[in-house]
Design a protein around this ligand. Structure first.
Ligand code: IDP
Ligand code: MG
Length: 167
């Protein structure tokens, strides 16, 4: 069954210049990339992304981590991978959440670490299941940024919306 998953190369992955390695590893899946961009991460976006963890003691630190405050890299690379069993294929390549427990050949096992304050710096985010993937993709991407129709859309006329155009 065709599925979509959100992938984020987190700020530690960018700082360690791992983008190429990670994309090469993910290409083993033979999935299709249907959207990609570099994004700034507002506090609101990070908190919404990790809202399932808001009661955890490490919540504040993972928000700072995703926003790049631990790595002086205030951006992430966001991608959507699409195809047969995309979630399970990408989660398997990513490895376990705790980089010390992740298979040593996985992306997190190869490049992740645990900081002295206990944050799992694990280089990459992959949606955990189909409903998380839909919620996260709609949070990070607008329909027009994705080259396939993943979810139903509606046409909205925005007359007063100010947008930037090339001068
Ligand atoms: P996942 O990224 O494998 O889906 P989640 O439970 O959704 O794992 O956690 C989101 C992120 O929060 C993880 O990727 C990791 O960076 C961090 N994290 C999760 N659990 C812990 C923990 O017990 N200690 C420190 N950081 C954690
Ligand atoms: Mg998760």
């Amino acid at each position: 069954m065709s599925q979509a998953t959100l992938i984020l190369i987190k700020p530690d992955g960018l700082k360690k210049s791992l983008t190429g390695n990670i994309l090469t590893r993910l290409s083993e899946t033979k999935l299709e990339i249907v959207a990609a961009k570099i994004s700034r991460v507002s506090k609101e976006l990070a908190e919404e992304h990790y809202r399932h963890l808001k009661d955890k003691p490490f919540f504040g630190e993972i928000i700072r981590y995703l926003r790049g405050e631990l790595h002086d890299r205030h951006k992430v690379m966001a991608l959507i991978y699409w195809g047969e069993d995309a979630i399970v294929k990408c989660r398997k390549l990513a490895g376990a959440t705790n980089p010390e427990e992740a298979d040593s050949t996985s992306i997190r096992g190869s490049y992740g670490r645990i900081t002295t304050t206990g944050v799992y710096e694990n280089v990459i985010h992959v949606s955990a299941n189909e409903s998380d993937a839909e919620r996260e993709i709609k949070l990070w991407f607008e329909p027009e940024e994705i080259i396939v129709n993943l979810y139903p859309t509606k046409d909205v006329v925005c007359k007063e919306k100010k947008i930037k155009s090339w001068a």
